[in-house]
Design a protein around this ligand. Structure first.
Ligand SMILES: *Cc1c(COP(=O)(O)O)cnc(C)c1O
Length: 392
């Protein structure tokens, strides 16, 4: 027992020495929009919906109607009419037969990929895919292949290799995000869809950061590119732009039936509170409405104002990485910004590759233009820190 504890202490010491120590900071207010105090550029509250009064009312209404707990898993007696209504609305927005919700985006991936693939199958992932996609791929026991970030030629050569060695029977699932969570860049989705069709592979696109943000109705990058009908599994979460919690898959009817029967994180977990689903229906309505369009346009203006001249290329997503390199430099930059009244998190390994530690600025439609310009000005300290670390 003693030696086991000693090992834990040694591991903790190692984490500290590598500049990778993490701890929890409790906050009394959440989301992107605060009336006073430090301004948060840390949340995924891209449209400010985490505090939207109509969604708050819908949450209250759901509590009145259903109580707080669902008291059972979905398959036993935990499916409320609010869950099915939400799933119908998600399918409509995504242009699919059906949709299925899970308690989180993480649980969605962990349930979905192993339900679809076994040991004779292949999963081909973009290198920067979210941890839940990688863990789910490992759990599936399928053979894992990784292509360099957004590298179409490498993706194609992997697909070619699998087909030539294993024939047409092997099931291949390509996995990518639409908006990458730590770099804020977009996947070349049209080209990936063409490849998946050429090699008869399946495609899962995780729109965690595209949902609510892109597309005429906020359904995501697939909607913007009119690709919704050509993607087998559209994954998303209600925890980011929708301002609530819970993950989902939108897909064809047979795929959803398979998930209901096989996805272990769905089957063996208590249904999310019906009130949450009821509130999510309201969030979806706002996202698809003219108000949602207005918020998306406002968000694009903030993104433009913050990034123009700061990044080499035009930027479309609210996630802006400012690379510092070392863990220490990223932490120092985050602390200096905190002193100036801005909350901008330092992101380190293993969330991003080693030596690519960064500040991750998350913009929101509810940030004022003034706050965005003030942060931009404050970010000049990054150049100072970089120069101090790499003097010429
Ligand atoms: C946040 C995130 C998830 C997990 O979603 P949760 O609802 O927070 O569990 C999955 N994929 C990506 C790309 C994410 O950024």
């Amino acid at each position: 027992m003693l030696s086991a504890m000693k090992r834990i202490e040694e591991e903790l010491e190692q984490i500290r020495q590598q500049g990778l120590w993490r701890q929890l900071t409790p906050h009394s207010r959440m989301g992107a929009c605060h009336e006073s105090g430090p301004i948060s550029f840390a949340s995924n509250d891209y449209l400010g919906l985490s505090q939207h009064p109509a969604i708050t009312s819908a949450f209250h209404e759901g509590l009145e109607q259903y109580g707080h707990g669902s008291a059972s898993s979905r398959l036993i007696c935990g499916t409320s009419v609010a869950h099915t209504e939400l799933e119908n609305r998600l399918a409509a927005l995504k242009g699919t037969d059906r949709a299925l919700t899970f308690s989180s985006g993480f649980a969605t991936a962990m349930g979905t990929i192993p339900a679809l693939l076994g040991k004779d199958d292949f999963v081909v992932l973009d290198k920067l895919s979210h941890a839940c996609l990688i863990d789910a791929a490992k759990l599936s026991t399928a053979t894992l292949r990784v292509f360099p970030h957004n590298h179409l030629a490498k993706l194609e050569s992997i697909l070619q290799q699998i087909r030539s060695r294993h024939g047409s029977a092997a099931r291949i699932l390509i996995v990518t995000e639409s908006v990458f969570s730590m770099d804020g860049d977009l996947a070349p989705l049209r080209e990936i869809v063409e490849l998946k069709q050429r090699y008869d592979a399946w495609l899962l696109v995780d729109e965690a950061h595209g949902f609510g943000v892109l597309g005429p109705h906020g359904a995501g990058l697939a909607e913007e590119l009119a690709l919704q009908g050509r993607i087998d599994l559209q994954m998303g979460t209600l925890s980011k732009a929708a301002g609530l919690a819970g993950g989902f898959i939108a897909a064809s009817s047979p795929v959803i039936d398979l998930l209901i029967n096989r996805a272990r994180s769905f089957i063996f977990s208590t249904a999310p509170p019906p009130a949450l689903a009821h509130a999510a229906v309201c969030a979806l309505e706002i996202i698809a409405s003219p108000e949602g369009q207005f918020l998306r346009q406002q968000l694009q203006e903030r993104i433009h104002d913050f990034t123009i001249g700061l990044l080499p290329d035009p930027h479309r997503s609210p996630i802006v990485p400012l690379i510092l390199g070392s863990n220490e430099a990223a932490l120092r930059a985050s602390q200096r910004l905190a002193q100036k009244g801005f909350v901008v998190p330092a992101i380190r390994y293993p969330t991003v590759p080693r030596n690519l530690a960064r500040l991750r600025v998350s913009l929101s439609a509810v940030h004022t233009p003034h706050a965005v310009m003030a942060l931009r000005e404050a970010c000049r300290i990054i150049d100072q820190i970089n120069q101090a670390d790499h003097p010429h």
